[in-house]
Design a protein around this ligand. Structure first.
Ligand SMILES: N[C@](CCCC[B-](O)(O)O)(CCN1CCC(O)CC1)C(=O)O
Ligand SMILES: [Mn+2]
Ligand SMILES: [Mn+2]
Ligand SMILES: [Mn+2]
Length: 305
């Protein structure tokens, strides 16, 4: 596997400090050396400089729209560069608003990409339905063609053109949706495996159905957007919006192993690792190590050896 790593130390999609430290904690835990040790050819593109835009006024409930928009514009360019260089792209977050730039940058070079969204949350609020105004709960709404009539013109977001439709995305791990999000997911008929389906079917069947839905018939590049809060807080507590009853470590790794085996993985986001939200060093270590293991499993680490 040829892999490009982009650090995106960004926190302005939400309000809890510390998530901007995610990239460096993941690097310090040895992600790059471990990828190389398992035979990957790795280029580290470093951390993006994602500064606050001065005089950034709120748009309704949405704080710092220009800052969020510009950060994602920069990320989109960086991801596009990695893809042009023929590598699988790994974006280390940073909060999940970064998926806007990561996916749009990816879509510039891979027209027919499909999206596997692993998360406790659907992140599909529009700026008008969001209960918090935090953009990390909204990225999918900016990307879906079907929702464009519901997205207001927002400063810093005019460059964004939706690149996917509802049939191109599968959710895995949902367990904490706002009522408006649930309505949107149902209304658009988005394929989603909540923790209920996971309990009913098991992750093996969930990955089979995900494959059938997205990429088994027609091979397409996969964008895996992996929010560490999909994992149970007992495994990954150091994150901004933990929700109990999540994926086991084994389920979380299994998703990555299965995606790796398709040979179609083209980009992965690993987001929402927030060291400041760990109450102890052990909580931080557990969260960061889980994040590292997910990425290693995306690129060939297999429990069978
Ligand atoms: N849906 C939430 C959480 C988004 C989480 C984003 B992430 O990237 O981490 O997936 C709001 C969640 N909800 C707000 C009301 C509370 O009582 C319960 C949580 C939102 O802020 O939109
Ligand atoms: Mn490899
Ligand atoms: Mn989440
Ligand atoms: Mn998320």
């Amino acid at each position: 596997h040829s892999v490009g790593i982009i650090g995106a130390p960004f926190s302005r999609g939400q309000r809890k400090g510390g998530v901007e430290k995610g990239p460096d904690y993941i690097r310090t835990a040895g992600l790059i050396e471990k990828l190389q040790a398992q035979g990957c050819q790795v280029k580290d593109y470093g951390n993006l400089k994602l500064d606050d835009v001065p005089n950034d006024e709120p748009f309704g409930k949405v704080r710092m729209p220009k800052t969020v928009g510009l950060a994602n514009q920069r990320l989109a360019d960086a991801v596009h560069t990695v893809k042009k260089e023929g590598r699988a792209c790994v974006v280390l977050g940073g909060d999940h608003s970064l998926a806007i730039g990561s996916i749009l940058g990816h879509a510039r070079s891979q027209r027919d990409l499909c999206l596997v969204w692993v998360d406790a949350h659907a992140d599909i609020n529009t700026p008008l339905t969001s209960p918090t105004g935090n953009v990390h709960g909204q990225p999918v709404s900016y990307l879906l063609k079907e929702l464009q009539s519901k997205i207001p013109v927002m400063p810093g977001f005019s460059w964004i053109k939706p690149c996917i439709t509802a049939k191109d995305i599968v959710y895995i791990g949902l367990r904490d949706l706002d009522p408006e999000e649930h309505y949107i997911v149902k209304n658009l008929g988005i394929k989603s495996f909540s923790m209920t389906e996971l309990d009913r079917l098991g992750m093996g069947r969930v990955m089979e159905e995900t494959s059938d839905h997205l990429f088994s018939k027609v091979k397409r590049p996969i964008h895996l957007s992996y929010d560490i809060d999909a994992l149970d807080p007992l495994v990954a507590p150091a994150t901004g919006t933990p929700a109990i009853g999540g994926l086991t470590y084994r389920e979380g790794i299994y998703v990555a192993e299965e995606i790796c085996k398709t040979g179609l993985l083209s980009a992965v986001d690993l987001v929402e690792v927030n060291p400041s939200r760990g109450k102890t060093e052990e909580e931080i270590r557990s969260t960061v190590n889980a994040a590292v293991s997910v990425v290693l499993s995306c690129f060939g680490q297999a429990r069978e050896g």
